[in-house]
Design a protein around this ligand. Structure first.
Ligand SMILES: [Zn+2]
Length: 121
């Protein structure tokens, strides 16, 4: 799933952070699988973005948001989290008006912290 990525362990949030690989991503710029957060490439898929460069001073708060997703994953388990997150994302995209930020009505993003996750709602 993750090929050619660079990863490190962030003990402050007990998460592995990866970037620079070719991997599927959600509609955010980062996707968390269990306790691993994968940061998407930028507009140019050949340009990898280091998460601390991508988020700058917001790195800590953003990783707390991703760690909240890891807790959701832990509580629900992989299959349930994936199914329910997918359903929540589907409902969110159906509710979101064109031109508006996706994710604002996704209960998983809401409960992980919309502002911390970089959502402009
Ligand atoms: Zn999120």
């Amino acid at each position: 799933m993750i090929t050619g990525a660079t990863c490190y362990w962030d003990s402050s949030v007990t998460m592995t952070v990866c970037w620079g690989g070719r991997f599927p991503t959600g509609y955010g710029v980062a996707t968390t699988f269990g306790h691993t957060t994968v940061v998407a490439w930028g507009a140019d898929p050949d340009v990898a973005i280091n998460p601390s460069d991508l988020w700058g001073d917001n790195y800590g708060v953003r990783m707390e948001h991703e760690a909240n997703h890891a807790s959701q994953w832990d509580v629900l388990g992989t299959a349930e989290f994936a199914a329910l997150y997918g359903l929540a994302a589907w409902g969110d995209s159906a509710r979101t008006a064109p031109g508006r930020s996706q994710g604002c009505t996704n209960v998983f993003e809401w409960s992980a912290g919309l502002a911390a996750g970089g959502y402009q709602c």
